[in-house]
Design a protein around this ligand. Structure first.
Ligand code: MG
Ligand code: MG
Length: 256
């Protein structure tokens, strides 16, 4: 069942969404050559503590991993797609792309967002990958309107990515969000005809998160049980926003 949120609930989600925005903005500016992904984690922990928010990822149990996640951020560098773990030994260098994904809850309501940041000089392929992935999210956000259907969102991401020669990761998907980090419906970045195609209604909130590989679409999980990587070692990018369906069109809760 897709939970419909009241205006009051959306305002609460807005608060957690804006905190996630502030954290990602600070981390995006901090992510430079010589900074480790652990430095980003430490800064995020402090910002969450200072604002009285609970981290959404730390302690989150994932059955496939068989354990709880230990960090407030997922930091996924280059061929890592999602669920990379902050590490003091992972020092960012010129040419890297790093996906920084985080979530918080404030007053029982979640926010979840991700950016991918380029470090120093990027290859033209990496630059294009970031641009196309970001564009695919923006085009999908514009479909978050009453009367549209879920597949309008999924198909928009897919079409933009595939027409630019990149590929959609199929193993990981976006999701509904509210008092739970992950709610129904699943929001794949492609049209999955096995799923239902609900009509979008006022008060639904979707976390849309294109995960795009420069090469082949296949993913695998490393022996650390968490880090998902592109099987062919190609670059992978990831952007995410939480978007509410309103009478006035899409309301992106995770940016100003
Ligand atoms: Mg998410
Ligand atoms: Mg996320």
């Amino acid at each position: 069942m897709i939970v419909i949120k009241t205006r009051t609930e959306l305002e609460k989600m807005r608060r957690s969404g804006m905190l996630v925005h502030e954290i990602l903005k600070a981390l995006g500016e901090m992510a430079k050559e010589g900074v480790s992904t652990w430095d980003l984690e430490v800064a995020a922990v402090k910002m969450m503590q200072d604002s009285g928010a609970k981290p959404a990822f730390k302690g989150y149990y994932v059955p496939a991993a068989g354990e709880r996640f230990k960090y407030v951020l997922c930091t996924s560098v280059n061929e890592e797609i999602v669920h990379g773990m902050p590490n003091p030994k992972r020092i960012l260098k010129s040419g890297d792309i790093v996906s920084i994904d985080t979530g918080v809850s404030l007053d029982g309501y979640f926010g979840d967002s991700a950016i991918t940041v380029g470090i120093g000089e990027l290859s033209s392929q990496a630059k294009k990958l970031l641009q196309v992935t970001r564009e695919s999210l923006e085009l999908a956000i514009d479909k978050v309107r009453e009367g549209n259907r879920l597949f309008d969102i999924c198909g928009t991401v897919e079409e933009h990515v595939v027409s630019n020669g990149f590929s959609i990761v199929r193993e990981y998907v976006g999701h509904g969000i509210g008092t739970q980090l992950h709610e129904e419906p699943q929001v794949p970045n492609y049209v999955d005809k096995r799923n239902e195609n609900p009509r979008l209604r006022e008060g639904m909130v979707l976390a849309i998160e294109p995960m795009v590989n420069a090469g082949r679409p296949e993913a695998k999980v490393l022996r650390d049980k968490w880090t998902a990587v592109a099987k062919d070692g190609s670059y992978s990018a990831h952007f995410e926003h939480c978007v509410a369906v309103t009478k006035n069109g899409p309301w992106v809760l995770t940016r100003p």
